[in-house]
Design a protein around this ligand. Sequence first.
Ligand code: HEM
Length: 187
Amino acid sequence: MQELFIGAGDSPASTTQWAMAEIINNPNILRRLREEIDFVVGKKREFQQECTIGGFYVAKGTTLVFNSYAVMRDPDYWEDPHKFNPERFLASSGSWQEEERREQAMKLLPFGGGRIRCPGSNVAIIVGTAIGVMVQCFDWKIKRVYEVNMEETSGLQFFLALAHPLECIPLSRTLNPLPTNPQITDL
Ligand code: HEM
C-alpha cells in the first residue's frame, strides 16, 4: 500500500511539471505539439456528416452519447448480467476466436470507446492493483449486517455510487502469514 501511494503520487505530478516547464520555455515545441494534436484529434467531436447507425438516422452536427451501462448489462449479450461474476471472462476467453473476442470487447465498455475513449485507462488499471493488495493482505469484516447492501444511487453525483457507502474493517493477515515461496527465501 505504501509503495502504491509513494510510486503513484509524486511521480506523475513531478514529471508533468517538468515536461510542462520545458514546453512553456520552448514555444516552437508547444506550437508543433498543438498542431499534431489538432491534426489527429480535430477540433470538433460531433458528427461531421449525416449517417444511419443500426437503422437510426443521425443528423450532421449531432453529439452522440451512448449508454454503456445498458450495453454492459444487456441480457441479450451477457448471461445473468447483474451477477458479479468475474470468472465469466476467464471461462470463455480461451475458446474465443479472434472475431468473437473483438465483438465481445465492443460490449464491454468501462472506458467508453472511439476518439473520446478514456485517456486514463492505463492509469486506472491501478484500481486492479489496489484491490489485489487489499485482498492479499487483509480479511474484511462488515458491521452488524450479513452482507454489504448493494443498493445503487446516482443522486447528484456523476457516477453511479453505493447508496450506503461501504464501511468495512481490515484485519491484517499477518497472524495468518502468507505461505513462503521457497524460491524467494532461498535467494
Ligand atoms: C476506473 C477508473 C476510470 C474509469 C472507469 C473511467 C471511465 C471513463 C469513461 C467511461 C469516460 C467517457 C468515455 C466516452 O465518452 O466514450 C472517461 C473519460 C475520461 N477519462 Fe476516465 N475513467 C477512469 C479513470 C481515469 C483516470 C485515472 C484519468 C486521468 C488520469 C481519466 C481521464 C479521463 C478523461 C480526461 C476523460 C474525457 C475524455 C474526452 O472527453 O475526450 N479517467 N473515463
